[in-house]
Design a protein around this ligand. Structure first.
Ligand SMILES: [Fe+2]
Ligand SMILES: [Fe+2]
Length: 212
């Protein structure tokens, strides 16, 4: 398979959208999010999230799993990129955390970073199981990711940025779980397990902010 997944999925979407009702094409036209053949440099969260939703809508109108496989691979590669960006952001914050509560918060960031890495590994393994290729390329990584890499200054800013990222991941995983339904129980179960951990992360970060 020489053609990158994103390009193969882009082709599928172009075909699917041509035959879809107006509501879908209306959402597809918003935000200037035409597929980026070169990987693109879309970095604003609203556009990335709209793009993720659009893939889900496209997939829902197809009739069988086999036809949706490329969409699932595309979504899983976006989830992989999201986890990798979370690993990098948490690790940065782990090493940069300073202040009165720095020690405990810093070590919690490290725990989260390691758990995000474990999520990335599970997603990559599942992509291969589905006949795809996990995209670990640093080129366009932040554009593929739903969450952002924000360095942040203070400990409080770091916690807030991580909480925002977790909330994006939670929303994104919930949508993927809903989309998968009974079509692919194995992938759905994996994403549900990851989702539960992201909810724990968000809860812990919210507690840290409250303790401030
Ligand atoms: Fe994660
Ligand atoms: Fe997380």
């Amino acid at each position: 398979m020489d053609i990158p997944v994103k390009d193969r999925v882009a082709g599928q979407q172009a075909g699917a959208q041509s035959g879809q009702p107006g509501s879908t094409s209306a959402s597809a036209s918003g935000g200037g999010t035409a597929t980026q053949p070169g990987g693109g440099f879309l970095s604003d969260i609203a556009t990335l999230r709209e793009r993720a939703r659009r893939h889900i809508e496209d997939g829902a109108v197809t009739e069988n799993y086999g036809a949706d496989r490329e969409t699932v691979l595309k979504l899983l590669n976006e989830a992989l990129a999201t986890e990798l960006v979370c690993v990098l952001r948490y690790r940065r914050h782990h090493f940069m955390a300073k202040g009165i509560h720095a020690e405990s918060v810093s070590s919690e960031f490290k725990v989260h970073a390691d758990e995000e890495q474990a999520h990335a590994d599970r997603i990559a393994a599942r992509i291969v199981q589905l006949g795809g290729e996990p995209d670990f390329s640093p080129d366009g990584l932040s554009a593929r990711s739903h969450s952002q890499y924000v360095e942040a200054g203070s400990l409080e800013e770091m916690i807030k940025e991580n909480l925002v990222a977790e909330r994006i991941a939670i929303e994104s995983y919930r949508e993927m779980v809903q989309y998968l339904g009974d079509r692919d129980p194995t992938t759905r179960r994996m994403l549900e397990e990851i989702l539960a951990v992201e909810e724990e992360h968000a809860d812990e970060l919210a507690d840290m902010l409250a303790e401030g």
